[in-house]
Design a protein around this ligand. Structure first.
Ligand code: NAP
Length: 213
């Protein structure tokens, strides 16, 4: 990853996900966050081992990382970090943001961008109250997403604290999902126009997802 050790205070979007595989829904989410929140940079952060998917079979972190690099290569505002993959083990977001904060100028601002359903479970993540003090959150939703779910899972006091730190962004392109792409590949159906061609070529060359992984 390029050096983050900048003297300038910048606004960073950290795009957290498993990216299994990365698709246009993720890329549109990052682009929309970049523009709406006037970010200086978006750093994609593929997780090593997602803590909430301990029993799931997931393709290697290296493959997910390389596909992410291929997908963002043409956007000068986007880059990919191997921080979580190099750290290994379960990827706790609080540890990642903590590590990044140490490398950024003191007044830099961090927005953690990910899917709304992931953020819905933030109270089950490691040290959620510390995490919410570290950064803001951008929760990407698919069209028709029921935001009422958030009010249901938080206690009144938690919601008062968390709601000011979470922004919601509806992304029509998130009608695309990694699960549906894996399923289509397994069934031999086309995934063209759902994810970048160079990522499709990588999947095909390495015979990924054909056996239910
Ligand atoms: P997930 O449960 O696989 O995804 C939940 C939903 O969000 C899915 O619909 C997913 O769609 C979508 N999504 C995931 N990443 C997205 C992104 N960057 N932009 C837009 N939509 C996205 O979630 P995950 O990928 O494993 O985890 C998301 C992030 O939360 C990761 O960075 C992970 O490390 C972090 N997390 C941290 C903890 C913790 O610290 N304890 C626990 C859980 C998650 P697709 O399937 O199409 O991507």
């Amino acid at each position: 990853m390029e050096s983050l050790d900048k003297k300038e205070s910048l606004k960073f979007g950290i795009m957290g996900g498993t990216f299994n595989p990365i698709h246009y829904g993720h890329l549109v989410t990052a682009e929309e966050a970049f523009n709406q929140f006037k970010l200086d940079k978006v750093i994609f952060m593929p997780s090593a081992a997602p803590p909430h998917k301990k029993d799931e079979k997931i393709i290697s972190a290296d493959d997910r990382y390389l596909m992410t690099v291929l997908a963002v290569a043409s956007n000068k505002h986007f880059s990919v970090s191997s921080l979580e993959i190099e750290r290994g083990g379960y990827s706790y977001t609080v540890d990642t943001i903590n590590a990044l904060k140490k490398r950024l100028a003191p007044n830099s601002k961090i927005y953690f961008i990910t899917g709304a359903d992931a953020i819905l479970e933030i109270l089950t993540w490691k040290e959620p109250h510390k995490l919410i003090d570290f950064c803001d959150f951008i929760a990407a939703t698919r069209p028709g997403y029921n935001l009422g779910k958030f009010r249901e899972v938080f206690s009144y006091d938690d919601w008062q604290k968390f709601k000011s730190k979470i922004s919601f962004m509806e992304i029509p392109a998130l009608a695309i999902s990694s699960t549906a792409i894996r399923e289509r590949i397994r069934k031999g159906r086309s995934v063209r126009y759902l994810l970048p061609d160079n990522v499709i070529d990588y999947i095909s060359k390495n015979r990924l997802y054909i056996e239910g992984d």
